[in-house]
Design a binder for this molecule. Structure first.
Ligand code: SAM
Length: 167
């Protein structure tokens, strides 16, 4: 079971924070908390996706990341400075994790509070990419297929758009 903590959201990062949440949901996390500037539009748009496409994904905002660091869970901070994912993923699989992703400047304390600082390659890229790769590895290269209470669902198809809908 994985929950995501997205640090230091700024209003201009609205799309990225939304993409973090949609990626977390699509790749099997149970929810995401974002800290920094509040933005009800992000919550609304992610909740709309869940209502339509199903599942139980929870999203909320918090002003204070320190309060949101979950000491009951193993805390895995994704950073390009960290230890290699390939070397640590076996230790992490199957455990209840809080995955922490940054925005611009990640406070030093996050590195210290984390049980693991993990890199997805040692080059800078994006929190969305880092989260997707981490979740995909954690879930043994599988993505969840059954989102409960869906109203809309895609049937994979070679060329056409096949959509099922339910009221
Ligand atoms: N300068 C920031 C810092 O102080 O760490 C990094 C900014 S980066 C655009 C935003 C976030 O993407 C990081 O905080 C980290 O969570 C994630 N990220 C980027 N590249 C990564 C990598 N190679 N491995 C793991 N996470 C990465």
């Amino acid at each position: 079971m994985i929950s995501v903590l997205r640090l230091n959201h700024r209003k201009r990062d609205k799309r990225i924070t939304t993409h973090c949440a949609l990626t977390a949901r699509a790749f099997g996390a149970s929810g995401m908390i974002f800290t920094g500037e509040a933005d009800p539009h992000i919550i609304e748009s992610v909740e709309k996706v869940t209502e339509k496409w199903g599942g139980n994904f929870k999203i909320k905002h918090s002003k204070n990341w320190k309060k949101e660091i979950k000491n009951k869970k193993l805390k895995v901070h994704l950073t390009f400075y960290g230890e290699r994912l390939e070397d640590k993923i076996k230790e992490l699989k199957g455990k209840n994790l809080q995955v922490i992703i940054g925005g611009e400047k990640v406070p030093r304390e996050v590195y210290e509070k984390a049980d693991y600082n993990i890199s997805i390659g040692s080059q800078p890229h994006s929190e969305v990419a880092a989260l997707a790769v981490f979740l995909y590895e954690y879930n043994n290269h599988k993505m969840p297929e059954n989102f409960k209470n869906w109203k809309i669902k895609i049937t994979p198809s070679k060329k056409s758009k096949k959509i099922k809908t339910k009221q």
